[in-house]
Every structure is written in C-alpha cells, then in structure tokens.
Design a protein around this ligand. Sequence first.
Ligand SMILES: NC(=O)c1ccc[n+]([C@@H]2O[C@H](COP(=O)([O-])OP(=O)(O)OC[C@H]3O[C@@H](n4cnc5c(N)ncnc54)[C@H](O)[C@@H]3O)[C@@H](O)[C@H]2O)c1
Length: 256
Amino acid sequence: MKLNNMVAIVTGGASGLGEATVTRIIEGGGVASILDIAGDKGKALVEKLGPDKALYIETDVTDEEQVLEALNKTEEKFGNIHVVINCAGIGLAKKVLGNKGPHDLSTFTKVIHVNLIGAFNVLRLAVERMSANLPNEEGERGVIINTASVAAFEGQIGQAAYSASKGGIVGMTLPIARELAKYGIRNVSIAPGLIDTPLFASLPAEAREALGAMVPFPSRLGYPAEFAMLATSIIENPMINGDTIRLDGAIRMQPK
Ligand SMILES: NC(=O)c1ccc[n+]([C@@H]2O[C@H](COP(=O)([O-])OP(=O)(O)OC[C@H]3O[C@@H](n4cnc5c(N)ncnc54)[C@H](O)[C@@H]3O)[C@@H](O)[C@H]2O)c1
C-alpha cells in the first residue's frame, strides 16, 4: 500500500514511536489521526505537522465509545481509514512477590487492559470500516500494525504484566492475519528492543549510554525514526503479514 494519500490512525501518536510514525507517514504524502490521551502535546504536534495533514482526537484506546467517535471523526475529515498503527502503551515494573506482598491485581489488569485489550479494541472497530474500502490493484484494503516488545520473548524480572500484555500481541498476530486475509487486510506486529523515547528521557545520560552499550550492533539505543521506517516498510510491502518482527540490534534481555 502506498503512503501517498493513505489515511492512518496512530494510537499513542503524540509521543515516542507513534509520533515518529505519524511524522514519517505525513512526509510520505499520507495523513494521520492521532488517538492519544496527551492533551496539549497532541494538539501541538498537529500544529507542527499541519492541521490539513494531522488530526488529534483525545481518545482512551480502552473505551469503545471514544474509539468509535475517533473513527467517525477520521472518516469525516479524511474520508477513509487504510492503516491502523497501535502504539499506545504503558510500562510497569512490579514483582510477583515483592517486599510489600504479592503483585496487586489492579495494576496487572491495567497493563493488560491498555496494552493488549486497547490494541484489540481499536483494531476490531477499525477493521469494520477498512473492510468496506475499495481494494487496490494488489487486492489490499488495509494494514494493521501492533507494537509488541522484546519483553514478549525475554521479559525481565518485574515484567510479568508487561510481558504478558506484549505476549498477547504476538499471540494474536497470526490468527487475526489469517482471518482478515479474505478482506485483503494484513496484520503485523513489531517487537522493539530499546528505543530512545520519552520512556528513557528521564534517565541520566550515563544510564542511557549503559543501556545502549548492551545492544550488540549498533551499540546504542534505537531511534524512534527507525521504528517509523519499519512501520512504513510494512505498509508498503504487501508480502509482510502475520508475523512479529524484532527491531532490536540483536539484543537479548537478561533476567535483570
Ligand atoms: N521505547 C521502547 O524502547 C519500547 C520498547 C518496546 C516496546 N515499546 C512499546 O512501544 C509503544 C510506544 O512506546 P513509546 O516508547 O513511544 O512510549 P511513549 O510513552 O513515548 O508513548 C506512548 C503513548 O501512549 C499514550 N497512551 C497511554 N495510554 C493510553 C491510552 N489508554 N489511550 C491512548 N493513548 C495512551 C501515551 O499518552 C503516550 O503518548 C508502547 O506500547 C511500548 O510498550 C517501546
């Protein structure tokens, strides 16, 4: 699917990986709706990118009504929805049995709710709209990209909830791709390693360098633009489907 004139929805698009992806899509001639709970940050990004190319819609991805409203607003402004990129997510470190007792269920549930159920909520509602698209010459009606993590495969101590949420993304990638094949809609996931987003910005420079040094090659934190580059390659290459692609400089996380 070509980026030019393509309409994308990017959740978590006001920051980090989502922001870089929105920027690259617009540079490639597409337009994007940003679904996030970032308030003024999202509005400022739209001002920067151009209100004719980007739309910010304050949306909690876990809320069915808010997501439906965001899909309606996107179709009203841009006429269509071709691509969904799920980047909204939260991280949380907590031990199963910590100093203060067992992992509370509320935070475990919250991480699964935002990272896994939120992504599913957006894609299930968007697919209904995408399935009505006119197919392109390849028979494609749409592309879905979800964000997993290397923590889905080698989660560290304290990542039970986060790894479970990202493992869920990996697990649903193939069955959704198989089901949506009949509509010409692909479903692909990306599992990033350590990418330099606001997630890491709060760490001191030495800590960020130490994390980067753990990456075999290139021995640094990844750039958000490298995630965006992979996301747009997935959109453009019709043969990529039903799998999770690692983007990690060959890092394999240790237990802690
Ligand atoms: N940065 C990394 O190294 C890394 C590595 C592996 C996976 N990931 C994943 O990539 C995704 C993006 O991470 P990032 O590093 O860009 O983080 P980030 O914090 O910069 O961006 C995440 C965005 O998601 C939004 N968000 C959170 N909860 C939401 C909700 N309920 N509804 C709508 N929006 C919500 C936040 O407001 C924020 O703008 C996350 O799913 C994260 O788990 C990141």
